[in-house]
Design a protein around this ligand. Structure first.
Ligand code: ADP
Length: 628
């Protein structure tokens, strides 16, 4: 028997497989099973047009067999088989085979590991786990059967062999164990079953294996006996390919628990089948709670990607936008090819189309939930609302319009969360702006001096309690033509003409006094003035620039060296008795005036939830004032 040489490209690929340090070696089984399934497909289609080919669909199967003693793993199919020429051509010149498009020049600079990881590497991947590979095959077109044998790069041989039934048997001689890789695992039933369920669960033909099961002995209550039984490992019909009305909620949920490691039921299931430019089925789940790692760097978004029942990518991130990264599930499209590299796939137009459709679908689903089942939506929002908010201001607000109606906030008048749309629908006749206030909690915001006037005028205020909230309103800037205004910033323009005039007069008259206070608080504030925005409180801080006091707090709490400062104005209640007291003391007691100014400012910071930088000084100032 003459040894034949592999073609050059095949040789290089094969060499790579043999010396592979690729850690995900288990995929070899996926590749062999997928070849077997293709071969059965071919024979079946042949039978449809060729009367001479007689097959029963029910007889098709892929058989797995293990011979531990001789370290053999066998994959056998009853598909179309290969003639001598086909063995020679298909297995001797892999680089030319159907869908494998390995180009040596393009990949020269890449590490081998990358290449194996990126491609479905087909038949040769068997060499990642085997010393020797034997293929015995009888083609539907040949009277004789042939055996192809190879131990690797030094070539292969083909000889006639004894095989009566049409089909192919692949015999792998599993490598001895090494320190880094326990190849013997691939001879364990449980491991083989796991791999099959993971990658090939939805292959349309049964993948069978003899399994030893223990049963109670007939007539006995405690004596067991073992039976060897043929079991089908794969479930064959994917749940997502079934008709929606054939699937119970329980089935959907069970599938979710099993595949996505969540013990709780999902809050929503989206099951769609799309025919068009690109056809696909998708089964998507919205979890009811965020997993422990969801808001961490470790979390990896993505949907599992299948083609014709074979999984080609776990967690394909391109299928989900970041703001919907909580969605779990899968997409199955026959339009994508099995052997396509990750990089090529990422650029695939069809994948982009699927992703776009899926995004729309998720959004519509969430909108529906918001409208029809508020309680459920709020539960969802509690878990993932933060992610939607990130989505609004990420990428310079590129997606803000898609998400703005999905976001909820607390409100000063409603006992429940509210959308911007609902807020606008409740706006008072002449109200132009959307008011909001920031703070740690509803109760704390309620006590903020700055909300007093707005509330008294009868306007609703959105209560922003998450640290990201204000980034949302700042990114959106307006909703439905109504500008967002922080009640703690600038001029709210709520005063009547009369009130304004009076306040202006007061501020002008006391200009010198405020300048004096400004000097005392030189590093802290950009100005001091009287205000009408307060009712009972003596003093508050407002900001004038783009950075609000709340943002100052949030940004400065981040672990960066760069600290920022809002442009702060101290506002004093023009109608509070403290106003009169200040005027009086300004005229007669310069020292006390400076002290009062400092204490007032410290109070304002405390109310705002900001730290005081000089607590001991303030404390002794207060003592001074008390003991006067
Ligand atoms: P691909 O499946 O991407 O074409 P492979 O390297 O896996 O590449 O296989 C090469 C070729 O060998 C296949 O295209 C097919 O024609 C043939 N082949 C592999 N396994 C089988 C099998 N079990 N039965 C029949 N033909 C097979």
């Amino acid at each position: 028997m003459k040894k034949k040489q592999f073609k050059a490209e095949s040789k290089r690929l094969l060499d790579m497989m043999i010396h592979s340090i690729y850690s995900n070696k288990e995929i070899f089984l996926r590749e062999l099973i997928s070849n077997a399934s293709d071969a059965i497909d071919k024979l079946y289609y042949r039978s449809l047009t060729d009367k001479k080919v007689k097959v029963e669909k029910e007889d098709f199967r892929i058989k797995m067999e293990v011979d531990k003693e001789n370290r053999l793993l066998i994959v056998e199919d009853n598909g179309c088989g290969m003639t001598e020429e086909e063995l020679e051509h298909n297995l001797g010149t892999i680089a030319e085979s159907g869908s494998f498009t390995f180009k040596q020049e393009e990949n020269q600079n890449k590490k081998d590991v990358d290449i194996i990881g990126q491609f479905g590497v087909g038949f040769y991947s068997a060499f990642m786990v085997s010393d020797e590979v034997i293929v015995e095959s009888k083609s539907i077109d040949s009277e004789k059967a042939y055996r192809w044998v190879s131990t690797g790069v030094d070539g292969y041989s083909i000889e006639e062999c004894d095989r009566k039934i049409v089909g192919t048997k692949i015999i792998l001689k599993i490598k001895p164990d090494e320190e880094e890789e326990k190849y013997s695992d691939f001879l364990e039933n449980y491991r083989i079953q796991n791999i099959i369920r993971k990658y090939s669960d939805y292959i349309r033909y049964p993948i069978q294996m003899e399994v030893e099961n223990r049963h109670l002995k007939e007539g006995s209550k405690d004596e067991y006996e073992s039976h060897v039984e043929t079991e089908t490992i794969n479930s064959m019909i994917p749940i997502w390919k079934k008709n929606k009305n054939e699937i119970t909620e329980e089935e959907y949920n069970n599938f979710y628990h099993e595949k996505y490691m969540d013990y709780e039921d999902p809050i929503n299931v989206i099951h769609t089948s799309v025919e068009g430019q690109v056809s696909y089925n998708a089964l998507l789940y919205i979890p009811s709670h965020a997993s422990y790692d969801y808001y961490s760097k470790e979390y990896e978004k993505g949907l599992n990607l299948y083609t014709s029942g074979v999984m080609i990518m776990e967690k394909c991130g391109e299928l989900l936008p970041d703001y919907f990264s909580f969605v779990k599930g899968l997409v199955d499209s026959n339009d994508l090819s099995l052997n396509i590299s990750r990089e090529m796939l990422q650029q695939d137009r069809r994948l982009g189309l699927i992703a776009k459709n899926i995004e729309k679908k998720i959004k519509t689903e969430l909108e529906g939930m918001l409208e029809e089942n508020r309680e459920k939506y709020e539960q969802f929002f509690k878990a993932f609302g933060m992610q939607l908010k990130f989505g609004v201001y990420n990428n310079f607000g590129m997606d803000k319009d898609k998400l703005k109606d999905l976001i909820l906030f607390h409100s000063s008048t409603e006992n429940k969360l509210t959308t911007f749309k609902e807020y606008v629908s409740r706006m008072k006749e002449k109200q132009e702006k959307i008011y909001y206030a920031c703070g740690e909690s509803i109760s704390k915001i309620d006590l903020l001096p700055q909300v007093e006037q707005v509330k008294e005028k009868g306007y609703e205020i959105l209560y922003l309690t998450d640290y990201v909230d204000e980034f949302v309103t700042q990114t959106l800037m307006e909703y439905d033509g109504h500008q967002f205004v922080n009640v703690s910033t600038g001029d709210l323009d709520l005063d009547s003409e009369e009130e304004k005039e009076e306040l202006d007069k007061e501020n002008k008259e006391n200009k010198k006094m405020f300048e004096e206070m400004g000097k005392v608080l030189e590093k802290e504030v950009t100005g001091v003035r009287f205000t009408n925005r307060l009712k009972n409180h003596p003093v508050c801080l407002t900001s004038t620039g783009n950075i609000s006091l709340e943002m100052e707090k949030v940004i400065n709490a981040m672990p960066t060296d760069e600290k920022i400062k809002a442009q702060t104005v101290m506002e004093i209640n023009a109608h509070h008795k403290i106003a009169e007291k200040l005027k009086e003391i300004y005229k007669k007691d310069k020292k006390s005036f400076d002290q009062y100014t400092k204490v007032l400012y410290a109070q304002a910071r405390l109310i705002e939830g900001l730290p005081i930088e000089n607590p001991t000084e303030i404390s002794s100032l207060i003592c001074d004032i008390i003991s006067k």
